[in-house]
Design a protein around this ligand. Structure first.
Ligand code: TYD
Ligand code: MG
Length: 453
């Protein structure tokens, strides 16, 4: 077999025959490095020499009851996993260094272990004594979790074979080192080899394996995306420096809904669950001010209210600025274009800043109307009526489309004391008279209704 591809993107794992500054696959810059090619396994003479075995799907019926999931008791974690931990599953938990992955998994490990799961936590970054110190700080010193400090993959697999835990946590995949792979720990080939061996072990022995992966900006260390396709479930732990909130988000889940989120707060004694995220995201909101709008969104299976803030100001530059935090820049450009083309409200010559408060990232199209309201409110310097939530999708024609789960959005708003809502026509509402609901069919109608233009 010719080994041609020897350049690899450390962000997404794409292979190239020559170096270039930008990865064509994921679009990242300066992530392509030269890698020693994967050493081939023992040469087999031809494919198909040995017979595998297969089993009829119908033969499986009745023979195996699906093994039950184990819950940790940390509801925010269990929900993101799809309702608990599935035996023999491979889970990747990615996130920026220092965001709290080790803390989350140590707390999770302690909970799972207390619920009867034989749990092994292997750290490649800290000595066992350091992990124990952290556990003591978190009040988990007595938890029946076994600890290991090891980076050699062969030794780890030997330990796993001997111990046969039901849950193994590997912190982190970038520190693992397979001695049969000819490159440095953290390189794409090492990370892939380690993830491959560990997921294979999970499937073979029925152990659930959680791999921790640091998100790397650039350079020689491979990022967690390199192994996303090998695992059953991919979770990312997100948050912003300076904010206490941490969001665990499922981006892929073979055993549950993707896009589910769990919300935590980093405290002096570890991560605390946030039972009511809406209250948390709205906690910093002051009196209603121009440019601030509360969006009634859905994250995963749960309604979440967040504040969307916009600032619109005359630009000193020839090219006005468009800056977005927590939402999609392309989508903002679209809303601005629709406001201009369909409602005749121009934003030329104006800088536009948009921010989702609390560090949450929103991807729902239903945020369109809330964003448009925030932009208009900032531009007109007029606050929306107090205690009002807004949601709905805007199409290029300026028509409004009803958002899915209208009913649960409105219920959440009511629960948090909001008294008015603006939403597109259509969709079941199921709310009582304590919430005054304004229905708009198009953006022009909405602008007239809310801003009297
Ligand atoms: P850590 O779990 O080590 O992050 P990661 O494994 O993702 O690199 O978390 C490190 C941060 O969390 C560190 O900045 C300190 C903070 N922290 C607390 O605020 N409270 C705590 O109880 C713990 C254990 C950590
Ligand atoms: Mg860590």
């Amino acid at each position: 077999m010719a080994k041609t591809a020897s350049f690899t993107c450390t962000a997404c794992g794409a292979s190239y025959t020559k170096w270039s500054g930008r990865c064509e696959s994921c679009g990242d810059w300066n992530t392509i490095i030269e890698e020693a090619p994967l050493s081939a396994g023992p040469a087999s003479k031809s494919l198909g020499a040995k017979r595998g075995s297969s089993i009829a799907l119908s033969d499986l019926a009745g023979t195996e009851v699906p093994p039950p999931r184990t819950v940790s008791g940390l509801d925010e974690l269990d929900r993101v996993l799809g309702g608990g931990l599935v035996p023999a599953s491979a889970i990747l938990v990615g996130g920026d260094p220092g965001i709290g992955k080790s803390t989350l998994l140590l707390q999770g490990a302690a909970r799972f272990a207390s619920n009867g799961l034989k749990t092994l936590y292997i750290s490649g970054e800290e000595a066992a004594a350091q992990v124990r110190m952290r556990a003591r700080r978190l009040g988990l010193a007595e938890a029946p979790v076994k600890l290991g400090a090891e980076t050699n993959l062969r030794d780890i697999l030997t330990t796993l074979e001997a111990e046969r835990p039901q849950l193994a946590i590997i912190d982190s995949i970038q520190t693992m080192w397979a001695d049969n792979v000819d490159s440095a720990p953290g390189s794409v080939s090492q990370v892939r080899a380690a993830a491959h061996e560990l997921t294979a072990f999970a499937k073979r022995r029925g152990t659930s394996v959680i791999l921790v992966g640091h998100v790397t900006k650039e350079g020689q260390i491979a990022g967690p995306r390199v192994v996303e396709h090998m695992v059953d479930t991919v979770l990312y732990f997100e948050g912003e420096r300076g904010h206490q909130f941490r969001i665990l988000r499922a981006v892929k889940n073979r055993f549950g809904p993707a896009d589910e989120i769990g919300v935590f707060e980093m405290t002096g004694a570890g991560l605390a669950e946030v039972v009511n995220p809406s209250a948390l995201f709205l906690s910093e909101r002051g009196t209603p001010s121009p440019g601030s709008v509360v969006f009634a969104g859905i994250e995963g299976t749960r309604p979440v209210l967040v504040e969307i803030q916009a600032l619109v100001a005359p630009t000193p530059h020839s090219q006005p600025r468009r800056t977005v935090v927590g939402w999609d820049g392309g989508r903002l450009a679209m809303i601005l274009a629709v406001l201009e083309a369909r409602c005749g409200i121009p934003f030329a010559g104006l800088d536009v800043y948009l921010n989702v408060a609390g560090g949450l990232k929103i991807s729902e199209p239903a945020a369109d109307l809330a964003v448009a309201a925030a932009l208009l409110s900032a531009r007109e310097d007029a606050a929306l009526p107090a205690e009002t939530v807004v949601f709905g999708e805007i199409s290029l024609s300026g028509a409004l489309r009803p958002a899915p789960q209208t009913e649960s959005r409105l219920k959440e708003a009511q629960k948090l004391g909001f008294t008015a809502a603006i939403a597109p026509a259509g969709g079941k509402t199921g709310t009582d008279a304590s919430l005054s609901l304004t229905r708009a069919t198009d953006l022009t109608g909405f602008v007239g209704e809310v801003f009297g233009a």
